[in-house]
Design a protein around this ligand. Structure first.
Ligand SMILES: [Zn+2]
Ligand SMILES: [Zn+2]
Length: 336
């Protein structure tokens, strides 16, 4: 099934032609639970990884045995998913609740030393053929994203995110199963396996990064809309919510800055970096449902439907920034 973002409710660029200079495309990934193949784009699906190449490891010194068992995280999600899907009894049964209560966070692997190496989690595998806004180093057509699911790395104590670009045609014998850590720091660092339905849409820059004049005129236009909406008791459209930046997991486009205000993310070479991959806790939110794909209209209120990956990091969004001059320069991550 494809996913189709409805046409924007107004043509904002026609009203504010200056926005043409602040337009970019992005590819919404539209992850949905499924069983991707090894040669397909996915979130947390099987990676196309050479059998004779070492899998990336976290070798940083930090506690690795305390947290949640990865198998428990998956069991809990499966139980809850089935419980809320069936008609009766709706919600977890007595027995299921007892099982869930038995899944404990704690020190699961006391013998695992802080300097031991653990496999990174396979987070996303993206082929350029599927994702028009994905551009990497010359000749590479596959991006593999990994992370260490413990929020303890670096001065900001975040997950450790790693990127691997490769030429898919060079992969001969491939690994059958992704290696995985036994324990993760927090369940919300674990993505559910999802198939992707990439769709390219247009975005406009975050409002605070537009010129003062355009910002003021957009504000004035929004105020008029607000008054009209109050009179007619209808939904009130906003630039930020409905017209500028798409929600959910996506590649390319712009970054939202709702939490901190705009920040400059510069590469070590001096170039302003761009968002490569946005990891998000919600594919849409109650505030602005205009981004809900046409095909998902009927499941808008189903529990968990807007949170297919189960990932929640930062205050909901993690953006991986890369250098537009040379994508092999070290990436940076930023949270909102
Ligand atoms: Zn780590
Ligand atoms: Zn650079």
């Amino acid at each position: 099934m494809t996913r189709t973002t409805p046409e924007r409710p107004v043509d904002i660029e026609a009203m504010f032609p200056e926005l043409a200079e602040h337009r970019r495309t992005t590819t919404r990934l539209h992850p949905r639970p499924g069983s991707p193949e090894r040669d397909e784009s996915s979130v947390a699906g099987p990676f196309l990884w050479p059998a004779d190449e070492p899998w990336p490891l976290c070798e940083a010194v930090h506690e690795k045995g305390r947290g949640e068992l990865l198998s428990d995280v998956r069991l809990e999600r499966r139980i809850l998913d089935e419980a809320w899907r069936r008609d009766s009894p709706r919600g977890p049964s007595e027995a299921e609740r007892a099982t869930l209560a038995g899944l404990a966070e704690g020190l699961h692997l006391p013998e695992l030393r802080d300097d031991a190496s653990i496999p990174l989690l396979a987070a996303a595998q993206l082929f350029t053929r599927d994702i028009p806004d994905l551009t990497g180093p010359e000749g590479c057509d596959l991006l593999q994203v990994f992370w260490c699911p413990f929020e303890v790395h670096g001065p900001e104590r975040t997950m450790d995110v790693r990127l691997k670009w490769r030429r898919s045609q060079d992969v001969g014998d491939a690994l059958t199963d992704n290696p995985e850590p036994v324990v993760v720091g927090r369940a919300e660092c674990v993505p559910n396996t999802c198939v992707l339905h990439p769709e390219q849409v247009v975005e406009y820059e975050w409002p605070e990064l537009l010129s003062g004049d355009v910002q003021e005129r957009i504000d004035a236009w929004e105020e008029e809309l607000m008054d009209a909406a109050a009179e007619e008791d209808t939904y009130e459209l906003t630039y930020t919510g409905d017209l500028s930046i798409a929600p959910g997991w996506k590649v390319g486009g712009f970054a939202r800055w709702g939490l901190t205000g705009p920040a400059r993310i510069d590469c070590s070479c001096g170039a302003p970096m761009r968002p490569l991959l946005t990891v998000s806790d919600q594919e849409w939110n109650g505030g602005s449902l205009t981004w809900v794909p046409l095909e998902d209209r009927e499941i808008v209120d189903v529990m968990g439907a807007n949170d297919p990956t189960g990932v929640y990091v930062g205050r909901g969004q993690m953006r991986i920034f890369t250098c537009p001059v040379d994508p092999t320069h070290p990436h940076q991550i930023n949270f909102q």
